[in-house]
Design a protein around this ligand. Structure first.
Ligand code: SF4
Ligand code: SF4
Length: 160
């Protein structure tokens, strides 16, 4: 439970995802569950896909029809609460914020990690690493893993 251990339940996680057919295109998944005074996700989206509104404490809502998966919101979120997800050919692709060094390299196999910090049963593959002036010190790492880990994977652990 998020109030006790800070980890969202599977129902809460799934509530942030669109239907799987929508995920054939990249979509932002915003795992922001509590009322906090924060809105860089809303102001960073060039497509007005994220809505918080006048009450900055509101939980962000996303319009998946408007979201292009452009990834601009990922590095803008100070809580590292946003990733962009897509499914294709039995794999789930995640663009995640990553702020540790050294950065992973394309083609490497890394541990996949769940929201409890536990290592997943299957490794993931580093597909891309993007670091630009705009994303400052937050790299955007694209990772692929088998689709059954869609609701489990949240970040990478260490290189295998
Ligand atoms: S991925 Fe791009 S279009 Fe989608 S919510 Fe984030 S900034 Fe907006
Ligand atoms: S920027 Fe991140 S932490 Fe802040 S409201 Fe948006 S999703 Fe939540």
């Amino acid at each position: 439970m998020i109030d006790k251990d800070g980890v969202a339940t599977i129902e809460m996680i799934k509530s942030k995802f669109p239907r799987k057919d929508v995920l054939t295109r990249p979509k932002a998944i915003i795992e922001c569950y509590q009322d906090i005074p924060c809105n860089p996700c809303e102001t960073s989206c060039p497509f007005d896909a994220i809505y918080i509104g006048n009450d900055i404490n509101q939980i962000p809502r996303i319009d998946f029809d408007k979201c292009t998966g452009c990834s601009s919101c990922i590095a803008a979120c100070p809580g590292l609460a946003i990733m962009v997800v897509m499914i294709k050919d039995g794999k789930a692709y995640f663009k995640i914020p990553y702020e540790l060094l050294p950065l992973p390299q394309v083609g490497e196999k890394w541990q996949g990690v769940n929201r409890y910090g536990e290592v997943l049963a299957k490794p993931c593959t580093i597909e891309n690493v993007m670091k630009t002036k705009k994303t400052d010190r937050t790299a955007i790492v694209t990772v692929s893993i088998e689709q059954p880990f869609l609701y489990e994977f949240v970040t990478i652990g260490r290189q295998l």
